[in-house]
Design a protein around this ligand. Structure first.
Ligand SMILES: [Fe+2]
Length: 324
């Protein structure tokens, strides 16, 4: 990207600092936007998604660390590079900045070549990340298109993704683990792209050959997603989302805690969504009936009881709050 098309947001309550930075950046062809406090900065970031942010630390109201933290937690804004403007010997500032997720630091007084070099290289990095992100979007779109095009599963992957991530949160898993499970939900059945549609939509039970053919989809899904960096932590869940807690599942017959927790969570939600959705050969079951079946199957060892219990609790909490 040419400098001329990159938007830089400068956030500082000191007008002289802003003018100095603005003059340097304008001379290199950047588009400059300005905010004089944290509140305005956050609103502008959300609205314009700048290519880079130069952020002062000390400001009245929301300070620079808090602004940085919020930007780095925002789904849409987390990839925007943030350079924090610190005092010359501000080691404490730097440590706090690193904790807040800052990408780089610039000490006052600013040196023009240093400022330009840092802005340039971080925008380059940001553009690379955006490109990688679009690779993620392509595979996501493919998975969702596959799902929505299927008259019988219509929206299954998106529902499994949302509900599995909520269950992970309900069970106290970290935000990162929740995010991995969310991705896995969207991608878990992508391997069905290689499954014969006549078999997939057969309005009767499958024979052994057909069933073995359907059973290939977790391994194919893992292969499809394996070249993608963002999907690396998701691969075990894709591969093992049809394993059973007692070792009777496929493709590897893993049992107990050898099945990653994310896969155990997703498999329970997967079966719940399948039971409550209509199929060519039956109507969707009511939630209570589906939970009864899952609970019975958990007692027989198919599902992890330590996942099924919080899942039932979560759905009870949901229905209690929707009836309130
Ligand atoms: Fe599946």
């Amino acid at each position: 990207m040419e400098n001329g098309s990159a938007n830089v947001l400068i956030v500082d309550d000191n007008i002289q600092n802003i003018e100095l930075l603005e003059a340097i950046l304008l001379s290199r062809g950047y588009h400059v936007h300005k905010a004089y406090n944290g509140e305005d900065a956050l609103k502008m970031v959300d609205k314009m998604l700048p290519h880079i942010i130069l952020l002062d630390v000390m400001m009245p109201g929301i300070d620079g660390y808090e602004v940085c933290k919020r930007i780095k937690h925002g789904e849409k804004t987390r990839f925007i590079p943030v350079i924090m403007l610190t005092a010359l010997n501000g080691l404490d500032d730097k440590i706090k900045g690193i904790e807040a997720g800052a990408d780089d630091f610039l000490a006052k007084p600013f040196q023009k070549p240093e400022l330009i070099a840092r802005v340039k290289s971080l925008i380059k990095l940001r553009n690379l990340i955006v490109e990688l992100d679009s690779a993620q979007n392509v595979i996501y779109s493919l998975a969702l298109a596959l799902d929505f095009n299927d008259p019988y599963t219509h929206g299954h992957s998106q529902r499994v993704s949302d509900m599995s991530a909520r269950l992970a949160e309900f069970m106290g898993l970290s935000q990162n683990e929740q995010q991995i499970i969310r991705h896995a939900g969207v991608l878990h059945d992508i391997g069905k792209i290689a499954t014969d549609k006549k078999v997939l939509h057969k309005p009767a039970s499958l024979d052994k050959i057909e069933y073995n053919h359907v059973k290939e989809h977790p391994v194919i899904g893992e292969k499809i997603c394996s070249p993608l960096n963002f999907a690396k932590p998701v691969l075990p869940i894709i591969r093992w989302h049809h394993e059973h807690f007692n070792g009777s599942g496929y493709p590897d017959g893993l049992a107990g805690s050898n099945i990653p927790l994310g896969a155990r969570i997703l498999s329970v939600v997967d079966v719940y969504d399948a039971l409550t959705s209509a199929r060519p050969y039956r109507q969707g079951l009511l939630p209570d009936k589906a939970l009864e079946i899952i609970n019975t199957e958990a007692c027989k060892g198919y599902w992890d009881a330590n996942v099924v219990k919080p899942f039932i609790d979560m759905l009870k909490t949901d229905s209690a709050s929707s009836n309130a």
